[in-house]
Design a protein around this ligand. Structure first.
Ligand SMILES: NC(=O)c1ccc[n+]([C@@H]2O[C@H](COP(=O)([O-])OP(=O)(O)OC[C@H]3O[C@@H](n4cnc5c(N)ncnc54)[C@H](O)[C@@H]3O)[C@@H](O)[C@H]2O)c1
Ligand SMILES: O=c1ccn([C@@H]2O[C@H](COP(=O)(O)OP(=O)(O)O[C@H]3O[C@H](CO)[C@@H](O)[C@H](O)[C@H]3O)[C@@H](O)[C@H]2O)c(=O)[nH]1
Length: 337
């Protein structure tokens, strides 16, 4: 292998595949470990693929030893806020037992550095409509956020108890696609706002706006959309950062700018040159009104800042990926789920 190996669980998925590319650019070899339940073989381009379940600590430890990995980035898990409300059992199982297995395998293989995919969902539905800081109240309002916060706490406790150091990166809404067209978002079925809005401009199902009565300026939910390549770079920096406080730190990753569902529809309209078909719907269970990051800690500790500053560029890269037909026309649509 050309450079130090990093085990990337969930590396066949959206953020994991972009991070694998960033790792390769930085001189590492990403060793992807994924069960392909929501990922793609075509997205694994920069190192080997091990097909396995992240809840299998024995298999993970074997992979860590075989490749003498220098660190682990743990993305694998279930991601849909709405589905977590109807299937909390699955989310606790994959997300928390996955973390337990990763920590156990790292101890057994003597691997010390972990970067964990956490989320803005750990903050729940903040009372203040201001940008969120890491020290703000952690009070998830859906099982997805609960399972991720429990994962963070298990990791923090393990860093205190064992020879382990970790960074939990709390991403806000990952969006866009690789600017060079190698990778993009491809979930089947897709549930995320930007790809669904793009699809709705191309003859796909109309986009449903989930709720118009939120206490936000236009009544629709506000989120902080961050380009996936910016997230990817932050993972490489988090692997390398020194002086971690008590061996564990959590950091927000967002642009610090909120966009409403209606502002996303306007940005997609501008990028595609036509309006998506839109229908008004009720609130989706588990959705907070507004989540916007204060990314100051990541900027200071990692020397990171988002390079894609504007929403239009984020949406343009997602549109370009979709126009290039993603991982191929045969994979488009729910039939490939
Ligand atoms: N997409 C976002 O906006 C966002 C925001 C905050 C946090 N996150 C977190 O980032 C991580 C990656 O998200 P993503 O958007 O790339 O999701 P994704 O679904 O594209 O990628 C997740 C990958 O994990 C794999 N996987 C799932 N369960 C597994 C298991 N039990 N064993 C092995 N592999 C398994 C899937 O096959 C997939 O390739 C997740 O942990 C998610 O919770 C995502
Ligand atoms: O058809 C749709 C889909 C979404 N939305 C709204 O658009 C916003 C964004 O939704 P979505 O793209 O589904 O992302 P989130 O539910 O915000 O969750 C993403 O962002 C979280 C961090 O904020 C991560 O933790 C999750 O893993 C990731 O899926 C929300 O207000 C939704 O209510 C709609 O109105 N219509």
């Amino acid at each position: 292998m050309p450079g130090p190996c990093i085990l990337v669980t969930g590396g066949a998925g959206f953020i994991g595949s972009h991070t694998s590319k960033a790792l390769s650019r930085a001189g590492y070899t990403p060793v992807v470990y994924d069960n392909l339940s929501n990922g793609h073989v075509e997205a694994v381009k920069w190192g080997p693929l091990i097909i396995g379940d992240v809840r299998d600590a024995n298999h993970l430890a074997e992979a860590m030893r075989e490749y003498s990995v220098a660190g682990v980035i743990h993305f694998a898990g279930l991601i849909e806020v709405g589905r977590s409300v109807s299937r909390p059992d699955l989310f606790w199982d994959h997300n928390l037992n996955g973390v337990a297995a990763v920590v156990s395998a790292m101890r057994r293989s003597g691997t010390a550095r972990l970067v964990f995919s956490s989320t803005a969902a750990v903050y729940g539905a903040p009372a203040e409509m201001s940008r969120l800081r890491e020290a703000d109240r952690l009070a998830p309002i859906n099982p997805y956020g609960d399972s991720k916060l429990a994962g963070e706490r298990l990791i923090a406790a393990s860093c205190a108890a064992f020879d382990l150091e970790a960074v939990a990166l709390r991403y806000f809404n990952a969006a866009g696609a690789d600017p060079e067209g190698d990778l993009g978002e491809a979930h089947y079925p897709e549930t995320h706002l930007i790809p669904l809005a793009i699809e709705a401009t191309m003859g796909g199902a109309p986009l449903t706006v989930f709720g118009s009565d939120y206490p936000t300026p236009d009544g629709s939910c506000v989120r902080d959309y961050i380009h996936v390549a910016d997230l990817a770079r932050a993972h490489v920096l988090a692997l390398q950062v020194g002086g971690l406080d008590a061996g564990f730190e959590a950091m927000n990753l967002g642009r610090g700018v909120g966009s409403s569902v209606r502002e996303i529809i306007a940005a997609v309209t501008a990028a595609c040159g036509r309006h998506p078909a839109v229908v008004e719907g009720g609130r989706r269970a588990g959705d907070p009104p507004m989540l916007v990051a204060d990314p100051a800690a990541a900027m200071e500790r990692l020397g990171w800042s988002p390079q894609v500053r504007d929403l239009a560029t984020i949406v343009d890269t997602a549109v370009a990926w979709r126009r290039g037909c993603g991982f191929g026309p045969a994979r488009q649509g729910p039939a490939a789920a």
